[in-house]
Write a protein that binds this ligand. Structure first.
Ligand SMILES: [Zn+2]
Length: 323
């Protein structure tokens, strides 16, 4: 329990549509939250910071703040001080960390949301106790985080873990990044929808009725629900996305040799429907599979609040490192 005057640790997840702040206790539990709408991309950066400041002060509820961790959907530099680029936010190289620290008067840490989710799963969730772990976050695209020898790997530019843009099919599907054949074009929420749309006309499907026969109206949750109802097209979509998931994970395991691979993000709610074909593809695709322990491929445990839990945890760890 957090008493009124005990200092609290706050995590903030800054996404494209909302700013979600939460008080996180020492067991990684979110005690309470406050939210604000993200003001958008074409506004003064200060307005986004205002939304963060308000959400954090509201959630702290008058308790002293020990530290704030911010997880943003975007590229954060290796020193963790600036958001270099974020598709839904106006930040472009501003020193967000120090500006926010000045406004709250407390230490602030800044990282990207996928790193936040990875740290949360490693500390409190499905990768707890592992010294090396890969966390893959599957939403509309793919993000991720790398834990090696008990450290989060950020890379030279802070850009490590952008798994979604590893090329798996030369000359393949065009990607929003400007490349072609990126992994997330074959294994993500968007890939699931694209597969279902393409197959809808070829065989009978409940998606046909749900959309009045218009493939453009197919959504990810619709495919998930149809798969649960036994729909063949939806099930094939999961089989394909799951297979590609396993292929990409095999590459990550070949590169990093983790103890465990955790799959989080919205698509992972499908559980074994996604993970079973992925496990099969992992064993099939992994170098030396017969001579090594193939790491377990498991579902994330912390759900959509993992980013903010990890953000608060990064703030806590930074304060321990300063001592
Ligand atoms: Zn790409």
């Amino acid at each position: 329990m957090t008493s009124a005057m005990e200092p609290v640790w706050v995590g903030v997840d800054v996404g494209g549509t909302k700013v979600l702040a939460g008080v996180v206790d020492e067991h990684g539990r979110v005690v309470r939250t406050a939210r604000r709408a993200t003001p958008g991309r074409r506004v003064d950066a200060v307005r986004v910071e205002d939304a963060l400041v308000q959400a954090v002060l509201e959630v702290a509820g008058g308790s002293p703040i020990a530290g704030v961790g911010v997880a943003a959907a975007g590229f954060v530099d290796a020193s963790g001080s600036r958001v270099m680029f974020a598709p839904h936010l106006p930040w472009q190289g501003e020193d967000v960390r120090d500006r926010l620290a000045d406004r709250w008067g407390v230490p602030v840490t800044l990282d990207n949301d996928a790193n936040g989710a990875a740290v949360a799963e490693w500390t409190y969730g499905a990768a707890r106790g592992a010294r090396s772990a890969i966390v893959v976050t599957m939403g509309t695209g793919i993000g991720g985080g790398i834990i090696i020898d008990d450290h989060l790997v950020r890379g030279a530019n802070g850009m490590a873990g952008e798994f979604g843009h590893m090329q798996v099919v030369p000359g393949g599907q065009p990607c929003e990044c400007g490349g072609r054949g990126c992994w997330e074009q074959y294994s993500s929420g968007n890939a699931l929808v694209r597969f279902a749309r393409a197959r809808m006309g070829e065989q009978p499907s409940v998606l046909e009725e749900a959309t009045g026969g218009n493939p453009d109206l197919v959504t990810g949750p619709m495919v998930t629900e149809a798969a649960e109802d036994g729909d063949l097209v939806a099930r094939q979509a999961f089989a394909s996305v799951g297979d590609w998931l396993g292929v990409g994970v095999a590459n990550l395991v070949a590169a990093f040799d983790p103890e465990v691979v955790v799959i989080g993000g919205g698509v992972s709610a499908a559980g074994d429907r996604l993970l079973e074909p992925a496990r099969t593809a992992l064993v099939r695709s992994l170098v030396g599979a017969a001579h090594r322990q193939v790491p377990p491929l498991v579902a994330a445990q912390l759900g959509p609040q993992a980013g903010l839990v990890g953000a608060a945890e990064l703030a806590r760890r930074a304060s321990q490192a300063r001592r």
